[in-house]
Write a new protein. Structure first.
Length: 487
């Protein structure tokens, strides 16, 4: 295939060259109606490139197949049999993937360290989750992906499960043994879905962790906006083998997705694929060296402890993405949230994630000597000024076993059934009717249908007192919790 081509971008260029005047959406008509004050900030070219795919980039019969050509090139670039673009982010793509494998009332194995979008999918789809609990790192208070033996055990216990959803890399860069998990799933003749939202870059450099398509996964979802070069909401489905029908996947995506797909997303996905095929190895090689320098220099600063290959050497994870700079800041006497807020307020540096123990920064092909220096200078200033930060009430970190809650009823039953709000002091022993996710990273501590415990309540409420955000709870202060009503 000719990877110098970018069909969507070429069609957009031709649309603008022709000077077509559209009498349908979008109503701003390629920027003619845009408020100049808006255009001054976002740029008029954003509006000029906001074009319908049909009767815009392509003709009424879609005879040119612009999008189909771009998707074929993407599949070829990453070693997939099929690829589908999605413009609603991987939050929607994961929901689509799950409903393509398991329907209402059917079972699906799911990594319990899943993002809240996965729990939302369970609510919407009516799928019964069979949780596969991650490997918990007590020293770092961190969840790493489950292992093949964990998956095999759950499939033996639930032979009627329709497949497995595996999350890798995690928000913190630790990776699963995808090939091992895929082979276990295939032994049971069920597909493996990989939520590889953080792994769009993985196919393009051999020093990076295994890419799902190379590691025998059936269906892989990536968020190209996270570690790639496309705009927000850019997501791709990658498919191989015959365990998931491409027709079913396309119909399910059509069921959940938008009918007004963004040409901006399509165009930037198309251009990113071309860039990676032509220069990806070179660009990522530079990023890998940069990340190693940053990790090494950060490790020399007092109170900072970067995470790296030692998690693999200790058998806690199969691989680690070195482009994730994850730094434990507890040695400074502050939490990750405090460190993130200080960096933003005092150095205008926005880290990618933070929790009670750590902060993280993603290094991509877009970083250069200037951004490297800015980050290191900011970390140095953080280490020098941490002693003067106000000490906050500590978060009561629970024992790993207390995070494995009983799933009493399905998430859908709990979420849509009769519910009531009760004071937090009376919530222990009740079944949650809502998702409770400290954010970031947005992994639910409590999912609908799980039995709330006092230990988890203590953890969550001490987190709120410390400044943890709980945006999806009905009461973000957790003074009250929404639970399944008693009869």
């Amino acid at each position: 295939m000719d990877h110098s081509r970018a069909p969507v971008l070429e069609a957009l260029e031709e649309f603008r060259r022709r000077g077509d005047v559209a009498y349908g959406p979008p109503g701003h008509k390629q920027g003619r109606g845009a408020d100049p004050r808006v255009a001054d900030i976002v740029g008029l070219d954003v509006f000029r490139s906001d074009v319908l795919s049909l009767n815009g980039l392509d003709d009424r019969r879609q005879s040119q197949g612009v999008l189909a050509q771009a998707q074929e090139l993407m599949a070829n670039a990453v070693g997939a049999e099929r690829a589908f673009f999605s413009t609603c982010g991987s939050s929607l793509s994961v929901k689509t993937a799950m409903i393509s494998v398991a329907g209402p009332g059917e079972k699906l194995l799911v990594s319990r360290n899943a993002h809240k979008s996965v729990v939302a999918a369970l609510v919407i789809n009516g799928v019964e989750p069979v949780w596969v609990h991650p490997k918990f790192d007590v020293e770092r208070h961190l969840a790493h992906p489950p292992e093949p033996d964990d998956v095999r055990r759950r499939l033996e216990e639930h032979p009627d499960a329709k497949g497995m959803l595996l999350i890798t890399p995690t928000d913190w860069g630790t990776c699963a043994d995808i090939r091992g998990v895929a082979r276990v799933c295939h032994d049971f003749d069920v597909p493996l879905i990989v939520d590889e939202a953080w792994g769009a870059h993985l196919p393009f450099h051999p020093a990076l962790p295994a890419w799902g398509m190379d590691a025998e996964a059936d269906l892989v979802v990536t968020s190209v906006h996270k570690m790639g070069g496309a705009i927000e909401q850019s997501s791709v489905f990658h498919l191989q083998y015959d365990r998931v029908s491409p027709d079913v996947l396309k119909q399910r995506e059509d069921l959940l997705g938008t009918t007004s797909a963004s040409s901006l997303v399509y165009a930037t996905l198309d251009g990113w694929r071309r860039q990676m095929v032509e220069r990806g190895h070179e660009l990522l090689e530079s990023a890998l060296h940069r990340a190693e320098r940053i990790r090494s220099m950060a490790g020399d600063l007092p109170g900072l402890r970067p995470m790296g290959s030692e998690v693999v050497e200790a058998g806690l994870a199969a691989e680690y993405d070195p482009l994730k700079i994850v730094i434990d800041v507890r040695g400074l006497g502050v939490s990750g949230m405090q460190a993130a807020e200080w960096l933003r307020a005092h150095r205008h540096v926005d880290v990618g994630g933070s929790d009670t123990c750590r902060i993280s920064a993603s290094i991509t092909h877009a970083d250069d000597d200037e951004t490297e220096k800015i980050l290191l200078d900011a970390l140095r200033a953080l280490a020098e000024n941490a002693e003067g930060m106000e000490r906050q009430t500590p978060v009561h970190l629970p024992e790993p076993s207390t995070l494995e809650l009983e799933q009493a009823i399905t998430p859908r039953e709990a979420f849509f059934g009769p519910a009531e709000n009760v004071p937090a002091e009376r919530a222990a022993g009740r079944i949650a009717a809502e998702t409770i996710s400290p954010y970031p990273p947005g992994v639910p501590v409590v999912a609908p249908g799980e039995v709330i415990t006092m230990e988890v309540l203590d953890y969550l409420r001490s987190g709120v007192a410390h400044g943890v955000l709980i945006p999806d709870a009905a009461d973000p202060t957790l003074e009250t919790l929404r639970v399944v009503a008693t009869r």
